[in-house]
Design a protein around this ligand. Structure first.
Ligand code: IMP
Length: 375
């Protein structure tokens, strides 16, 4: 018999749609401000702000130096993966820090960001700080652990002004634990990633929508009790403006995506052509392929929590981000919101049935190719 059974099933972001609100002259798409807070100590001047609510996952197939520079230039951030040696990660971070500081455009660039683990943080964090990192994320599928508490205690002691996002958690208890341990942001999601087999292998996890709602409720309680705001980042299984909009409406401050970015030219993974289609390789950090790098240093887990596969090549980052932001602005506008804060206040979400999801897709016609398309 379990200690406690929750009979209400957990839900995914795909199961919700947002209802329209009143669109006014103040919230037309061109007036929508997508800026957000990624990490915060809760005092003025100690916040990391993004002009887009989107970050790239700390994965070998996603966030190398090119992604860090290009996404940073657009106002987001890519967390350089820590499944590599300290030296090679610090070199990537230093190239990103240089690339972003030399950037002269009027779009405020996003921060130079990197992931750490709870095994070698005492060696890795000082090297990343030296290389110019501005924000860290502790990379783990289960952040509700004393290992994260110890890593946070180390950073708070040695680098008190360095923002650290901890996670991942999917419960209110997990949020409270990490925030009291010193996290400036909390990442939410377990078992929902596209390459993830955690739920199948271990039987642990939760639908991302329910996880966000539970953690955001804990964040709001914490804010009411202490006056301190802690950003929440939704992570795993998000790959379109539709899911991002629901996550933001539910109280997330930003989303982290892996598969979405892996397919872009700027990801570090290999381009392959299969049956005439351009594809890019994508693999989980818990897959056998990603784990190879540390065989010599850490005890290998005897089972995998991630798989390896291919995703369609999706072209250049800049064009895709322009498109994604245009869709988000349109959604905010339809919901009657000009800012993230307004979206949360005004948005009404509704659970959709499987049939209504089908109705929302093209149905009942043979679709013809668009102009310039081929049959
Ligand atoms: P995606 O955007 O659906 O592809 O999910 C990316 C997220 O999956 C990452 O940000 C991690 O939180 C998570 N993740 C990365 N590698 C693995 C893995 O091997 N197993 C389980 N989850 C993973």
């Amino acid at each position: 018999m379990a200690g406690r059974i929750q009979w209400e099933p957990s839900r995914t972001l795909h199961e919700f749609r947002l209802l329209p609100g009143l669109t006014t002259d103040e919230c037309t798409p061109d007036r929508v401000d997508l800026s957000t807070v990624l990490a915060s100590r809760g005092q003025e001047g100690s916040t990391i702000v993004l002009s887009l609510p989107v970050v790239a996952a700390a994965m070998q197939a996603v966030s190398g130096d090119r992604m860090g520079i290009e996404l940073g230039r657009l106002g987001g951030a890519a967390f350089v993966f820590c499944s590599q040696t300290v030296t090679s990660q610090a070199e990537m971070v230093s190239r990103i820090a240089r690339g972003l500081s030399g950037h002269s455009s009027e779009v405020v660039p996003g921060p130079c960001a990197a992931a750490i683990n709870t095994h070698d943080h005492e060696e890795r964090v000082p090297a990343l700080v030296e290389a110019g990192v501005r924000v860290l994320a502790i990379d783990s599928s289960d952040g509700h652990s004393v290992f994260q508490q110890r890593a946070l205690a180390y950073v708070r002691e040695r680098f008190p002004d360095l923002p650290v996002i901890a996670g991942n958690v999917i419960t209110a208890d997990g949020f409270d634990f990490l925030v009291s341990a010193g996290a400036w942001g909390v990442k939410v999601g377990m078992g929902s990633g596209s390459i993830c087999i955690t739920q199948e292998q271990k039987g642990t996890g939760r639908g991302l929508a329910t996880a966000i709602l539970d953690v955001v409720a804990a964040r709001d309680r914490y804010m009411a009790a202490t006056g301190r705001y802690v950003p929440v980042i939704a992570d795993g299984g998000i790959g379109s403006a539709r899911e991002i909009a629901v996550a933001l409406a539910f109280g997330a401050d930003a989303v982290m995506m892996g598969r979405y970015f892996a397919g872009l030219e700027e990801s570090p993974s290999e381009l392959v052509v299969q049956a005439g289609r351009k594809m890019k390789r994508y693999w989980g950090e818990g897959s056998a392929r990603a784990r190879e790098w540390r065989e010599a240093r850490y005890k290998q887990s005897v089972f995998e929590e991630g798989v390896e596969g291919l995703v369609p090549f999706a072209g250049r980052l800049e064009g895709r981000m322009l498109e994604l932001c245009a869709m988000l602005r349109a959604t905010f506008s339809t919901c009657g919101a000009a800012t993230l804060e307004q979206l949360r206040r005004t948005a009404v979400a509704e659970v959709v049935s499987a049939l209504s999801i089908r109705e929302g897709q093209v149905h009942g016609i043979e679709q013809s190719p668009g102009p310039g398309g081929c049959a």
